[in-house]
Design a protein around this ligand. Structure first.
Ligand code: MLT
Length: 408
């Protein structure tokens, strides 16, 4: 008799954004005359930049000619893209990261979800923020690293509370942990970590022979020059951190799919006898076994964001979304609600002080605006909603006017 992985039974029935999509689909089916504006899932709306599109087209044209056609590429990504990433995202910021430490992939969601496979399932101590991008928790539940969900939290996880009291940046835990998930600029709160805060996390990881999984998918939104864009700006991070980056929110690639993960060669993890092993070698083994690389034209389109024109266009695109975020922050504040995020991140985390699914339903039913209920990101998310700045200016303005009407 075929048996299932019973860890899946511990999960909530569906993934957060699938849950929301179901509610929105039901609402639109029942109210076809009421157009809904989506400020829920962080999905971009602006087209790819002309630099990326031109490179994309050129890549497709190469695939159409026998002399330039390409079959399988290197699983880790083409050298032209890895070199551009290393030079622009790391060397230029003073980080000691080389091209062969970069693994190009089809998305950070996959990488954040898959990385746990190379670490122990039994006895590994997890530290995960709350609220949090649900992928970090759910993939560990699937792998059997947690107990049951009791009262909204899985047994076996050290939750790192992010609340208004700590500015939504978690404190270092008082207990030792092995695998620590951090995301800055944060999804869902939009909070950013200072250099001093990241220095403390690196020191904690070193002291515990732990690894930090640092998700910086939203770094392109940082405008405060004092805020680090990469964990590798912190001395010693090469020995304790893996970093995830994505072209999705940086350059509008949510539908195009391209991201990368940095695994430094200095990073070690240990077997049950205490012997050190290269995490880079393990991830390379996993990646080459389970992945055949991102398509050539997509990698060409991604590399184009590092040209002079590409850099300017991507900056303009992220500035545009940050302009939306500023409008959202101002409107929310005018309604008397407090919020964080939106200044170095495309998300605004609004403290409504009320049941977050009820607030979600109110905005959907009375304003036809979709947000994300904070409770979907964890227990500490209750009493909050997340508003995404990813939409057209006209839609954001209409949504804010409708919200103001609904809440008056
Ligand atoms: C979000 O809305 O949290 C993100 O779009 C989800 C993702 O990047 O997978």
């Amino acid at each position: 008799m075929i048996r299932i992985n019973e860890n899946y039974l511990k999960l909530k029935a569906s993934y957060l954004f699938a849950d929301i999509a179901k509610r929105v689909t039901a609402y639109t089916a029942a109210n076809p005359d009421k157009p809904v504006i989506r400020l829920g899932i962080g999905d971009v709306t602006e087209p790819l930049t002309s630099a990326s599109i031109d490179a994309f087209h050129a890549g497709v044209a190469e695939m159409a000619a026998r002399s330039t056609f390409k079959g399988y590429g290197p699983e880790q990504g083409y050298a032209f893209l890895r070199d551009a990433i290393a030079a622009n995202d790391y060397t230029a910021r003073g980080c000691e990261i080389t091209a062969d430490e970069i693994f190009v992939s089809d998305g950070s969601k996959c990488d954040c979800g898959n990385i746990q496979e190379i670490f122990a399932t039994k006895g590994l101590k997890l530290a995960i923020p709350d609220p949090v991008y649900p992928v970090y928790v759910d993939t560990n539940v699937m792998a059997g690293r947690t107990g049951d969900n009791l009262d909204g939290r899985y047994a076996g996880i050290t939750y790192l509370d992010c609340t208004s009291a700590n500015g939504y940046v978690p404190a270092i835990p008082s207990v030792a942990t092995d695998l620590i998930y951090l995301c800055f600029p944060n999804n869902p709160t939009g909070a950013v970590a200072t250099r001093e805060q990241l220095v403390a996390w690196v020191a904690y990881a070193k002291a515990n022979k732990a690894i930090i999984l640092f998700d910086s998918a939203y770094e392109a939104y940082i405008r405060d020059p004092a805020i680090p864009h990469s964990i590798y700006e912190i001395p010693g991070a090469r020995e304790v951190a893996i970093e995830f980056r994505s072209f999705s929110k940086t350059a509008g690639f949510t539908g195009t799919r391209c991201a990368y993960t940095v695994v430094p060669k200095a990073l070690m993890a240990y077997d049950s006898a205490g012997a050190a092993h290269s995490v880079h070698a393990l991830w390379n083994r996993r990646h080459t076994t389970k992945f055949n690389g991102v398509s050539y034209p997509v990698q060409k389109a991604a590399a184009a964001i590092y040209t002079e024109a590409g850099k300017a266009q991507v900056k303009a695109m992220t500035d545009f979304y940050l302009g939306n975020a500023a409008l959202i922050r101002a409107a929310v504040t005018k309604l008397g609600l407090s919020c964080v995020g939106g200044d170095n991140a495309p998300y605004i985390w609004v403290n409504t002080g009320t049941d977050s699914w009820a607030f979600f339903d109110k905005l959907l039913n009375e304003a036809q605006v979709v947000c994300t209920p904070g409770a979907g990101f964890g227990k500490c998310g209750e009493g909050h909603i997340r508003v995404s700045a990813f939409n057209s200016r006209a839609n954001v303005e209409t949504a804010l006017a409708r919200i103001a009407d609904a809440l008056k």
